[in-house]
Ligand binder design. Structure first.
Ligand code: ANZ
Ligand code: ZN
Ligand code: ZN
Length: 829
């Protein structure tokens, strides 16, 4: 009877068994006293369709989860949905369907797709951030931030996407454009909620040092984002107005070279300086020009500098010279003091500015003697270290040594303070959208902003809203939502209509999985204690900064208020590479998308998984290849044939694996390859996630098994052992076909119920050498022994050898001298 690999039947069958038997349900530690392992893939936005990037991400996670379970860990491997966000709202406007309905049907569709890939999730722990049971706790957490003075409302000029009609965080503005719709971002004054992540800047930075399990590139990106720098704030007197202006500089050593000063156009002193002067109108016009520019545009290093003189001078505190005052868009108001001392000789932006406005360039640091730079005729700023010149008493000193000296000298005259600065800004969390977590705050004319009472949470999203796509957030069209009672004085009040940035939802979901159904708390402390940290987190590198930084911030805060033990959420991080085709990321606009369904229908989920895992190491880009997919499919067919043929051929054989006797070299060779493969896979899966090389060596094992079967006198117990173990070690990669084959091999237990095979170190000793055996100094025999045998092992091997027995039988062995790799001399009487 021909038995062909029918992936469709096999995959449906095993998915049903896993579902029905709740094969991957996780027990809390109270029930099972096992060591835990928490593996997590970044949860998706429920767009309705999986793409290849998802398949790759989840296949990687699934291998780890299944492997750890086989190793005997109590594995937590959950999945959920980052289900708030703009697409649902846009769909509501376009298709007249409520965002909740649209989201729910997408979740269902994607859940089915995940199941069809055979992913080993504990679906009993599924969470969706847009469900009231979940966002109740996001709101509760917001209130904890508020109570701890880490949430505040502030009027500010914000990034505004005119097309999405919402505020964007700096991080969501890419090259001056909206990250989502690519419309140019403008500025708008709005009163917004912020979380004070800057209070945690130092801890977020220092924490990185201990995070051995994170890729260096991700840590560096976070470090740069936090952007700690140290320097000083220095006071410059104004010539006419009786005021000082503070600048922030990281290079006080260059102060003698300061030939002008630049203020941000928004600097509060500008209006006062130009009021009723001839400069007033031009300055106003320039300021207006700047308002619509993004930070990215303004600070680009290469761009042509613009600016305007504002009719005032400052006094350089060390040279007493008068320096002209400008405004320019390259100085940002929200960094440092919003004012810089212009040192054109040593700062490129200042250099460009000085060239444009014909300002003095005074070098104060000398390039090394052997360099070609003419310090009195610079063609660009000299930004490196060197010896001080044109700097009074500091001449001749290393510039780095001068920094603290100049700071302390200025400090003693009350003109400077050492200062540490961060690039990191507070996190703007208000969004003028409907489909997000309502911010649980209430405005009362008498009491101001007050918190909704915790017992009234969740503040539910209203349903009586219109999705017109125009103007303000749809939430503002709901009467029932807006009007409420002040929780403090009971008077009529109104609710905050902004919802939260969805990054808040995803900043704590990994904790909710530890106790997803809890109605009284975000999670039980005990459960978080047991499950945290996430042992292995897997996701795209595009989340290196925002999601991963915010999650760290949330976790630190929750640890400060004793909600969680861990200060860091993710022990190990794997950032998987992109899936590309024809050299570019798969995308609709390029028309190079291959859908997972297409591949699954043609070849099955196991083939799709195997291809993804085999084609490249997880961190690297994966180039799509139809040939590669076919190759993976052929391999699975070959595997299927190998095992089913073996079952037929061995039907009448005794196959006890307890007693495997290695009879000859070909047995020894196979046993070696088998154990070596298990060892390699175990290492590859435990430490490095080198799935591609792991799979390559399993393929090699399959080749060897085919070869072995060609031999005369097959050792069936050995072959049986090898084939059983082959099926188990392939299981994490291709779970359906291996469960099927394991069942065909006659096992009652399923692979998900058994243990990972161990390997036999002895079988790995392969290289043998010939040694000489002497009896009383005379050569009597030669013997093959493993080349790494110790003296003791040689001795016992030789004394029990059939070749030697005749020489020593009935005699007294007085002495045995063994020289490793060479000879054994036996002295007998
Ligand atoms: C004088 C100087 C001389 C500077 C020199 C640099 C080199 P980081 O390291 O990023 O913190 N700066 C200060 N505030 C600014 C603002 N609001 N907008 C734009 N630029 C600002 O950079 C600090 C340096 O950036 C400061 O040191 C200042 O220029 C400028 F040879 O002061 B420096
Ligand atoms: Zn937009
Ligand atoms: Zn009130």
């Amino acid at each position: 009877m021909e038995d062909r690999y029918n992936f469709k039947n096999i995959e449906d069958k095993w998915q049903k068994i896993w579902r029905d038997e709740k094969a991957f349900k996780t027990e809390d530690e109270a029930l099972e006293n096992k060591e835990k392992y928490y593996v997590l893939e970044m949860f998706p936005y429920p767009s309705g369709k999986l793409h290849m990037g998802h398949v790759r991400n989840y296949s990687i996670g699934d291998v780890i989860a299944r492997f750890k379970k086989l190793e005997g860990y109590n594995v937590l491997h959950p999945m959920g949905w980052d289900s708030f966000g703009l697409p649902a709202e846009n769909a509501a406007i376009k298709n007249k369907i409520h965002p909740a309905k649209w989201t729910d049907s997408n979740i269902k569709a994607m859940h089915d797709q995940l199941d069809s890939l055979g992913l080993s999730y504990d679906w009993d722990r599924e969470v969706a951030t847009s469900k009231p049971e979940y966002y109740k706790w996001t709101q509760w957490l917001f209130l904890q931030f508020y109570k701890n003075n880490l949430a505040y409302k502030k009027e500010s000029s914000v990034n505004w996407c005119p097309s999405c009609q919402t505020v964007l965080a700096n991080e969501q503005v890419v090259d001056g454009k909206c990250e989502r719709c690519h419309t140019s971002v403008t500025k708008k004054k709005l009163s917004q909620w912020y979380l004070k992540i800057t209070d945690y800047a130092d801890r977020l930075l220092e924490g990185l040092d201990d995070m051995k399990g994170w890729p260096d590139k991700v840590k560096l990106m976070q470090k740069n984002w936090i952007g700690k720098s140290s320097g000083a704030e220095v006071d410059f007197k104004l010539k006419n107005l009786n005021k000082n202006i503070k600048v922030y500089t990281t290079r006080p050593d260059t102060i003698y070279g300061t030939t002008f000063m630049v203020l941000a156009p928004e600097h509060p002193l500008v209006d006062e300086i130009v009021k009723s002067t001839e400069y007033e109108n031009d300055v106003k016009a320039y300021q207006k020009e700047c308002t619509n520019k993004s930070e990215m545009e303004r600070t680009a290093v290469k761009k042509e500098k613009s600016g305007i003189f504002i009719g005032e001078y400052a006094i350089n505190p060390v040279t007493n010279s008068e320096i002209p005052l400008f405004i320019s868009d390259y100085v940002m108001m929200d960094y440092g003091t919003g004012a810089v001392m212009g040192v054109p000789a040593h700062d490129q932006r200042d250099f460009d500015f000085a060239k444009k406005f014909n300002l003095d360039i005074i070098p104060v640091i000398e390039p090394p003697k052997d360099s070609k730079i003419d310090v009195n005729n610079l063609t660009e700023a000299f930004q490196a270290e060197g010896i001080m010149i044109n700097s009074g008493d500091y001449n001749g000193m290393d510039n780095s040594k001068a920094i603290p000296k100049i700071i302390s000298e200025l400090k003693s005259s009350g003109l400077a303070e050492p200062k540490v600065q961060y690039k990191l800004r507070d996190w703007l969390i208000s969004r003028q959208r409907y489909w997000g977590t309502p911010i649980p705050m209430i405005y009362c004319d008498t009491c101001g902003w007050v918190m909704e009472k915790e017992e009234n949470l969740p503040v539910l999203l209203p349903t009586d809203v219109e999705f017109s796509g125009k103007g303000e957030s749809p939430i503002t069209t709901s009467k029932s939502f807006l009007e409420c009672e002040c929780p403090v004085c009971g008077k009529k009040a109104r609710r905050e209509v902004d919802t939260m940035d969805t990054f808040l939802d995803s900043s704590w979901y990994f904790l909710r999985y530890s106790d997803p159904k809890n109605k009284d708390n975000p999670f039980e402390r005990d459960k978080a204690d047991y499950w945290m940290n996430v042992d292995q987190y897997i996701g795209g590198v595009e989340h290196a900064i925002l999601h991963l930084l915010y999650s760290r911030f949330f976790t630190m805060f929750m640890s400060d208020i004793n909600l969680v033990p861990a200060k860091e959420p993710f022990e190990n991080l794997l950032t998987q590479g992109m899936v590309i085709k024809d050299g570019a990321k798969m995308s609709k606009s390029l028309g190079n998308v291959v859908s997972p369904e297409e591949i699954q229908n043609k070849y099955g989920a196991d083939t799709a998984r195997l291809f993804m895992l085999f084609a490249a190491p997880p961190e690297k880009e994966l180039e799509w290849s139809d040939k590669g997919v076919e190759g993976s499919y052929r391999f699975l067919n070959r595997l299927y044939r190998l095992v089913t043929d073996f079952i037929n051929e061995s039907a009448d054989k005794v196959l006890s694996t307890k007693e495997i006797i290695i009879k000859d070299d070909k047995d020894r060779e196979l046993n070696y390859i088998l154990n070596n493969t298990i060892k390699k896979i175990t290492n590859d899966l435990s430490n490095r996630f080198n799935f591609n090389t792991a799979i390559a060596s399993i393929m090699e094992l399959v080749n060897e098994l085919y070869k072995y079967k060609q031999n005369e006198g097959i050792n069936f117990p050995l072959l049986n052992d090898a084939i059983n173990k082959l099926v188990i070690i392939l299981n994490p990669f291709v779970p359906h076909i291996t469960e099927e084959l394991y069942e065909k091999l006659g096992h009652e237990k399923k692979v998900f119920e058994i243990n990972w095979p161990s390997y036999d170190e002895n079988a790995l000793i392969k290289d043998e050498i010939e040694i000489i055996i002497q009896i009383n100094g005379k050569l009597r025999a030669k013997l093959m022994i493993p080349n790494n045998y110790t003296k003791e092992m040689m001795e016992s091997e030789v004394l029990t050898s059939d070749k030697i027995k005749p020489f020593i039988e009935g005699k007294d062995v007085v002495k045995v001298i063994a020289i490793p790799k060479k000879l054994v001399n036996i002295v007998v009487k």
